[in-house]
Structures are given as structure tokens and as C-alpha cells.
Design a protein. Structure first.
Length: 673
């Protein structure tokens, strides 16, 4: 093994590290919360980067400089891992561990990597190009399709958070005196584009967070930067925001420009009302389980039973990351998260004070100090300090914005935030006089044992993500086959998914649904009927064991009992259990109403359907159209003519909107992601 690594020069390792990091970032952008293959690809790229850092660091006799921030990040991740022991849906907790905790993995990789300095330079520059491209993508969407500028993200606020993560470090770099004129113009162009799209998005939380971050940046750089440079920076940023305002006015989007949006903050009750409806049930969940929490990533499973009737959100996130972390992991999880923030601020303040007291280290000195382990100080103005201020301001804006959205649950945002956090931590380790802990692999591990342990750790993680990706591939393949009527081939695909990921309930209930559809087309006297029903029952029992909060499983159990001609009360209990898990789950509400309809109990059927009218539904769907139509029909039968007329009118509106939505969805290519 020792002969392998001399062939890899530092520059090659840095290039490979940059490639793996950007692969993870781009895959995370495509994942967007839906496609697990790309989630797995992102994690596999990061673990490949981890293996590279471990092996090359061992060969290079790399000294690990462990800071207080490194320790508290490790404690937070360790707590999240331990909390999986009592998680109600373990597989969901594991996925969210690597989703929310990905920043800790990047901090660890950066700690282990000898070529962290070169990797940072390559990664940051290319990252800024990609983010600027995403901003232009978002503007193109708005220009061509008249839709929200969100690029590859599910929500425009996530793009705004990513733009904030780019704007503030670029602003600090623009102010760095050592940059060439051509480089300054390139940065200025990026600043205008990013500010323009941020103004176009008009996210109030993102704009407020950016304003706070910019104020902190200007305050910290007020002395070492000339007023002319600060004025030039302000002019570039202002031009982007002014262009965004002019564009929204010229295109007729009155009330959607950034100034009109910010003016709504004069009435906090109205502007924050949608979030307040999510915060209240989350607070109630926290009060019910203050120390254990409901389980990392489990908020969307618990919300339907306690959501407000007026809540129109998709229901996946609290829109306050600190409250969601507390709700899902308990007060200990929130404590460790706040501890990370506190230690980060403390380390940055120590670094800033040392700079102001004795001058700043130069770039050359920083590289030398990184090799020697000593803090080099120079009297000249240093880009290292500018860089630290830019990164700290960006993370500050990111943290403030997270109090009003779900940044911690967006994988590409956490990857970028993790890189910034790791870079700031390394700057502190190199240039602060605060005591740190130093560790060298070679003094504690024999080469063979170190290589074996390193490969074992990475391969175990890789095995999990590879099987996760393959199981999702077969699941999607099963869905596609089932949609074309090839039920047997779809069943084999679902079976393969179950073998690869036997801890995920969706593979089991999807297969059970397929089996029930097969039974429905068989003649009553078919000998295969009972076998298929028993097979489906076993799969639904397994799905219920894996996830007791899913509404689809008891709904399918009710359908299975209907096919078995079971006792009506048992069928009703299954459908009611599905509605108890999620009152907005329309298939169960429709099925329960039809049971009462067949029993010639139209009043009970109407009561079930009428109860669903109190809920707002997140999106137009085929089930929603069927639900409104059936409710209108039974309202007419039971003498509720006025309600029936209203529902018929609403049904026509829904049909038109549904047709328009389908048309728009075909025109907008980014919806694929």
C-alpha cells in the first residue's frame, strides 16, 4: 500500500477531492428529497472522499488538529446516532441521520485531509460558478414559464438560502485587496446576478438574513477596507436588487417585488401565520416528549393527527429548524445544536481578536503554519481574515434564515454549510493560540490494521447506500411496470426491492397493493385468490411493523378485508385507522363512504365525506376530484342541495385548474427534479 500513494501528488489528490465533493453536491441537487438513487450517490461520493482522506493522510503522516468545534460537532452527530435506538421508524431515522448530519461528515473529512487548502480553493471557485448558474436557471424559469424561480429545488426559499451562502463570501473576496482587477470584475458580475435573483425570489427570511450577514461583514471589515471599496460593493449589490425590483414592476407582478414583500413584515401575525400553524403542533409534540423527541425526520408522520384545519402546507417541515430539531430529537438534540453555534461564534471571535490585536496571517504564512502547527502572524492585511469573515457571515445568515424555513433538511445546503464550517474550523486551528489536541494515525495504528479498518468502515456505509439506491431503482421500476399493466413483472421488481431494503415499509405495501389489484381481476372461484390474499396480508403486516404511522397500510388492509368479504365492522375499523393516521388521506375517506353507501346508510357516508371538507388539500389530484364529485352526489341524495350546488361549482373549477396544472407540469422541465 505504501507504494501506491507516492504516485498521487498533492495537486492530484486535491483535484480528486474537489471532484468527489462536487459530485456529492450536484447529486444532492438532483435528489431534492425524492430520488434516493441520487441521495445515495451523494453519500457514496462523500464516503469515497473520506476513504481518500484517511489513506492519504496516513501515508503523509498528517497531524489531526482537533478543535473544540470538531468535538461538539462529533457529539451532536453521535447523539443523533444514539437516538436511532428508540426511533419509532428506524429506517427513516438512519436516512435523516446522513441527511441532517452530512455537515459533520464533511467536517471530519476536512480534518483528515492533508490537501485541505488546495481542495478548498478548487471547490469554492467551482461552487460559486455552479451556484451562479443555478441562479440564472431560476431566472430563466421565471422568464420563460412564469413560475417561481427555484431552479432544481422544491422551494424557492432553498435557492435563496444557497444564494446567501454564495453572496457573502463573494462579497468578502471582492473586498480582498490582493485580488486582480479581472478577478474583481468577475466577482462583481456574480454579485449582481446573485443579488438580482435573490431580489426576484423576494423571500423575506432570506432577505432579512442577508441584511444581517452583510451588516456583520461590513462591521468586521470596516477598518481594513477603504470606504471606496465598500461603496463599490454596495453599488454592485444595490444594482442587482434594483434590477429585480424594476423587472417585477415592468412584468406586472405588483406586490411581488422585494420591497412590497418586506413591507408585509409590519404585520407579523399575518406574514407569519402559515408558519405559526406548524409551530404550534410542533411545540405540543415537544411538550409531550421533551427528552426523547418523536424521532429524527418523523415530524411529517406525526403532523396529520394534530395539524390545524387551516394549515395549507405540505406538512413535511416545521419551517423552523431549531424547533424541528427539538421536536424530533428532544431538548438534548437542540442543546448540542446550539452548542455547535456557540462554539463556532467563540472560535471566530478568538480568531478576529487575534487578528485585530497583532495583525493578520498572510496566505503564505498560513500554509507554512498549517505544516508546522504554529500560528503565523503578519502585520499585513490578510485574505485569510477576509475569508473567515465572509464564511462566518454566510453561516450566520444561513442560521438566521433557518429559523423561518427548513434549510437543515435540504441536502445540498447542508453540504455547502458543512464545507464552510470545516474551512472556518481549520482557519481557527491554524491561526489561533487557543490550545488544540493533536493526533497522528501512524503512532497508534499499524499500516495493515489501519487500511483494513478504513476500508471496512467505508464499505459498510457504501453497502447501505448501494442497496438503498438499488432498492429504490427496483421500486420505481415496479411502479412503471404496474402503470403499464405488467403486474407480474412489477411484483418481481417489488420483491427485489424488499430483499435489498427489508426495513422500508413502502416496498411492502406497494407490492401488497399490486397483489390486491391482481386479486380484483381474478374470478371469485379462482384457486389463486386466497393464496394471493394471504401473501398480501403478510406484506401488510410487515409494513405495519416497520411503520405504524403510515395511512396507506391500514387503507390497504381494509381493501384486503373487502376482497375477503370479511366482517363490515373490521373493514370500517381499518379505514378509520387510516383516517386517524392521516385525516387528509382521501382514498381511505372515499372507501369508507362507499362502504356506508353499499350498506344503504347515506347519512353516515355523508358525515364521513363532509368531515373531510374542513381540511385544505395540498395539491389538486385525481382523488380530490373524485372526492368532491362523490360528496356532491351524496349531498344531493341526503337533501343538502345548497352544499351540492356549491360542490358542483367547485368541481368545475378544480377540473379546469387540474387540466391547467397538468399542462404547466409538462411545460416545465425542472419539475422532473
Amino acid at each position: 500500500m505504501n507504494r501506491l500513494f507516492p504516485a498521487f501528488a498533492s495537486s492530484r489528490v486535491a483535484i480528486l477531492s474537489t471532484f468527489l465533493f462536487l459530485t456529492a453536491f450536484i447529486a444532492a441537487l438532483i435528489f431534492n428529497g425524492f430520488y434516493l438513487q441520487y441521495y445515495s450517490l451523494a453519500q457514496l461520493a462523500l464516503f469515497a472522499w473520506l476513504l481518500l482522506a484517511l489513506l492519504h493522510g496516513y501515508h503523509r503522516h498528517h497531524t489531526l488538529v482537533i478543535t473544540p468545534l470538531t468535538i461538539v460537532v462529533g457529539l451532536f452527530f453521535a447523539f443523533l446516532a444514539v437516538s436511532l435506538i428508540y426511533h419509532p421508524v428506524p429506517y427513516l431515522g438512519v436516512m435523516n441521520l446522513w441527511w441532517v448530519g452530512v455537515f459533520a461528515l464533511i467536517v471530519a473529512i476536512y480534518l483528515l485531509l492533508p490537501e485541505a487548502e488546495q481542495t478548498w480553493r478548487y471547490s469554492f471557485n467551482l461552487l460559486m460558478v455552479i451556484i451562479t448558474g443555478l441562479a440564472l436557471w431560476g431566472f430563466g424559469e421565471q422568464l420563460l414559464y412564469d413560475v417561481s424561480p427555484d431552479a432544481s429545488f422544491y422551494n424557492k426559499n432553498s435557492l435563496a438560502a444557497l444564494i446567501n451562502l454564495a453572496l457573502l463570501p463573494l462579497a468578502a473576496r471582492y473586498l480582498t485587496s490582493e485580488d486582480r482587477r479581472r478577478s474583481r470584475y468577475s466577482i462583481a458580475t456574480a454579485l449582481v446576478i446573485l443579488a438580482f435573483v435573490l431580489g426576484l425570489i423576494s423571500s423575506r427570511g432570506a432577505l432579512l438574513a442577508f441584511a444581517v450577514g452583510l451588516i456583520v461583514l461590513v462591521y468586521l471589515l470596516w477598518q481594513p477596507v477603504s470606504r471606496q471599496q465598500l461603496a463599490a460593493l454596495g453599488a454592485w449589490l444595490a444594482s442587482g436588487f434594483v434590477l429585480a425590483t424594476l423587472y417585477t414592476q415592468l412584468t406586472g407582478f405588483v406586490g411581488r417585488d422585494m420591497f412590497s414583500r418586506m413591507a408585509t413584515l409590519a404585520d407579523p401575525g399575518e406574514s407569519g401565520n402559515p408558519r405559526f400553524m406548524l409551530w404550534q403542533p410542533a411545540w405540543e409534540m415537544l411538550q409531550a416528549q421533551p427528552f426523547s423527541g418523536i424521532g429524527l425526520g418523523a415530524f411529517f408522520l406525526k403532523l396529520p393527527t394534530s395539524a390545524h384545519l387551516e394549515d395549507t402546507s405540505a406538512g413535511y417541515y416545521v419551517h423552523n429548524d431549531y424547533l424541528q430539531i427539538a421536536t424530533e430529537t428532544g431538548l438534548p438534540g437542540l442543546f448540542f445544536l446550539l452548542l455547535i453555534i456557540g462554539v463556532l461564534i467563540w472560535q471566530f471571535v478568538r480568531l478576529a481578536r487575534r487578528y485585530r490585536a497583532r495583525g493578520a496571517p498572510t496566505t503564505t504564512d498560513s500554509l507554512q503554519s498549517g505544516r508546522s502547527g504554529c500560528a503565523a502572524i503578519s502585520s499585513s492585511s490578510s485574505p485569510v481574515y477576509f475569508e473567515a469573515v465572509g464564511l462566518f457571515s454566510a453561516l450566520l445568515a444561513f442560521g438566521l434564515h433557518s429559523a423561518f424555513t427548513y434549510n437543515f433538511y435540504v441536502l445540498p445546503l447542508m453540504i455547502v454549510a458543512g464545507l464552510y464550517l470545516a474551512r472556518l474550523d481549520r482557519l481557527f486551528a491554524q491561526h489561533s493560540a487557543t490550545p488544540t489536541w493533536r493526533f497522528t494515525w501512524k503512532s497508534h495504528f499499524h499500516p495493515l490494521s489501519f487500511y483494513l479498518v478504513s476500508f471496512a468502515i467505508v464499505l459498510m456505509a457504501a453497502g447501505y447506500f448501494v442497496t438503498l439506491a438499488l432498492s429504490d431503482h427496483y421500486h420505481q421500476k415496479g411502479n412503471a411496470l404496474a402503470a403499464t399493466g405488467r403486474l407480474q413483472q412489477a411484483h418481481f421488481a417489488y420483491e427485489r426491492a424488499q430483499q435489498l431494503s427489508p426495513y422500508m415499509d413502502n416496498h411492502f405495501y406497494a407490492d401488497a397493493d399490486l397483489l390486491l389489484r391482481s386479486v380484483a381481476v381474478l374470478p371469485p372461484e379462482s384457486p389463486k385468490r386466497d393464496d394471493l390474499l394471504d401473501y398480501a396480508a403478510d406484506k401488510l403486516d410487515r409494513a405495519a411493523e416497520l411503520n405504524a404511522y403510515q395511512a396507506y397500510t391500514p387503507y390497504l388492509q381494509g381493501r384486503l378485508q373487502e376482497l375477503r368479504d370479511a366482517d363490515t365492522y373490521r373493514i370500517i375499523d381499518d379505514y378509520r385507522q387510516a383516517l386517524q393516521n392521516n385525516p387528509r388521506f382521501l382514498p381511505a375517506r372515499l372507501a369508507l363512504a362507499r362502504v356506508y353507501q353499499r350498506r344503504e346508510q347515506p347519512e353516515q357516508a355523508f358525515a364521513i365525506l363532509q368531515a373531510g371538507l374542513d381540511y385544505p388539500y395540498h395539491s389538486l389530484s385525481r382523488e380530490l376530484l373524485d372526492y368532491v364529485q362523490l360528496t356532491a352526489e351524496i349531498a344531493t341524495q341526503t337533501g343538502h342541495d345548497e352544499l351540492a350546488t356549491q360542490l358542483q361549482q367547485r368541481l368545475e373549477q378544480f377540473r379546469q385548474a387540474y387540466a391547467q396544472q397538468s399542462k404547466q407540469g409538462q411545460r416545465r422541465p425542472s419539475q422532473r427534479y
